[in-house]
Design a protein around this ligand. Structure first.
Ligand SMILES: *[C@@H]1O[C@H](CO)[C@@H](O)[C@H](O)[C@H]1NC(C)=O
Ligand SMILES: *[C@@H]1O[C@H](CO)[C@@H](O)[C@H](O)[C@H]1NC(C)=O
Ligand SMILES: *[C@@H]1O[C@H](CO)[C@@H](O)[C@H](O)[C@H]1NC(C)=O
Ligand SMILES: *[C@@H]1O[C@H](CO)[C@@H](O)[C@H](O)[C@H]1NC(C)=O
Length: 392
């Protein structure tokens, strides 16, 4: 069953070079960003007339279509052009083969797409071995934004496939047994930048929070992170408090746009919110006092509960994580947790600071950031904590 719109799109293919895209001619089948051919998940986004806008880390653009093998070709080939203004963001591009039930059976290819400031069309090319058993099957293509919001707001217009592909209705997202939605809030340790903070190697997919979500088989997640931000004081601020700490950005649909506020009750209501802030607050002097830090944390907690608790009720839960290894500042987070009325019931404290203190050299990445092995240890511990203490 193809949606009504797809017939129109297929017709476009019959006349060559019929698509004028911002002045340049692209031949093929255009899937428009705002059409039902795409689904968007793993992040907040804004729907405009002809574009989808987003900037938080981890956003996934997903589409699917029927691919027909060319009997005469030696390999399967798929070429597409992604149309977006995407600054220097980078994406994991995945091509999955689906079965009749639209379940993933095989990852055909995974590649990296790196955008730049000068182009608005980016080619993605795939090739994979032919299947001798079936000539035609459904393929899902996904773009996962690896990089964080400070690079800028993305305007996504769509994808042109430069050969005949037939769109497939997308009521069927990836099915998982359990329905568990988690929102992760954090700084660079959550965003997972590399040494030197290059967009080319930053990848939120590999951060301890996304690993935690995979261990828990979470059905959907949102990640709101921004390197250098603190609960009350950003990294390296001359003062004990900053004018624009993390909480400035959190209410926004697009982290970079103060004018559009996210509707917390509509598109994504998490079962659990995991907050991992505080490392930047205490990383250098002058450090905030307990009163400054706990006052800001309390306001933030109250804000999060006020958004989600009215919708989810008593099943809504918050996990406060401490990764702060400087002095005994990590205890501040525990003290804020323990003084909450719902402590142990709808609010939990996950102590990962001792794990970080006992990191081996292999667990450490650059500066205070964990390595791949370190993230793995953190994810194992946090997911075990959540499944034993928080979910049950
Ligand atoms: C495959 O090759 C044969 C022989 O050259 C040709 O007749 C046929 O049209 C080709 N099929 C396609 C789909 O290109
Ligand atoms: C920007 O990306 C486009 C498309 O991939 C590429 O052709 C172009 O060379 C890139 N420009 C720079 C300055 O890297
Ligand atoms: C997640 O799914 C895997 C594979 O189905 C299963 O082995 C594992 O126990 C699940 N974990 C949780 C926490 O549900
Ligand atoms: C530090 O905070 C004080 C009091 O809020 C303010 O007056 C001052 O301008 C701040 N200094 C800097 C460097 O931001």
């Amino acid at each position: 069953m193809f949606p009504q719109q797809s017939h129109k799109l297929i017709l476009l293919l019959s006349c060559c070079c019929s698509l004028l895209w911002l002045g340049s001619c692209v031949e093929g089948v255009l899937f428009e960003a705002t059409s039902p051919l795409f689904t968007y998940r793993h992040g907040r986004y804004l729907r405009e007339k002809d574009a989808i806008l987003f900037d938080w880390s981890g956003m996934i653009i997903s589409t699917q279509f029927v691919y027909k093998q060319d009997v005469n070709a030696t390999m399967n080939i798929l070429n597409a052009m992604v149309h977006f203004k995407s600054h220097r963001h980078t994406y994991n591009v995945y091509l999955w083969r689906l079965n009749e039930n639209n379940e993933r059976v095989k990852l055909l290819q995974h590649s990296l797409l790196a955008c730049n400031l000068t182009a608005e069309h980016f080619e993605v090319n795939f090739n994979w071995p032919k299947d001798t058993m079936s000539q035609s099957y459904t393929i899902q293509m996904e773009l996962e934004k690896r990089t964080e919001p400070h690079l800028g707001i993305v305007s996504f217009y769509g994808i042109t496939f430069t050969q005949a592909v037939a769109p497939v209705s997308i009521s069927n997202t990836v099915k998982r047994a359990n329905d568990l939605k988690i929102e992760f809030i954090g700084d660079s340790i959550t965003c997972k930048p590399p040494c030197g903070f290059s967009p080319l190697t930053e990848d939120v997919h590999e951060s301890f929070v996304e690993k935690t979500a995979r261990y828990l088989n979470a059905s959907d997640i949102h990640v709101q992170c921004w390197s250098g931000k603190g609960m009350v004081r950003n990294h390296g601020d001359k003062n004990t408090t900053s004018a624009e700490p993390f909480s400035t950005y959190y209410p926004r649909t697009l982290a970079n746009d103060p004018n559009i506020l996210w509707n917390f009750q509509k598109i994504f209501v998490p079962d659990i919110v995991v907050i991992t802030l505080g490392t930047n607050d205490f990383s250098t002097a002058p450090r905030p006092s307990y009163e400054e830090f706990s006052g800001a944390y309390q306001k933030f907690l109250d804000y999060v509960f006020s958004q989600y608790a009215p919708v989810k009720g008593p099943s809504f839960k918050v996990v406060m994580v401490s990764l702060v290894t400087f002095g005994n500042y990590g205890d501040y987070i525990q003290q804020v947790a323990e003084r909450q009325q719902g402590y142990g019931k709808n609010l939990f404290f996950a102590n990962l600071r001792d794990l970080l203190r006992n990191f081996t050299p292999e667990d450490k990445g650059c500066g205070i950031h964990p390595s791949v092995a370190g993230d793995e240890k953190m994810a194992k511990m946090l997911s075990a904590f959540i499944s034993q203490k928080v979910i049950n």
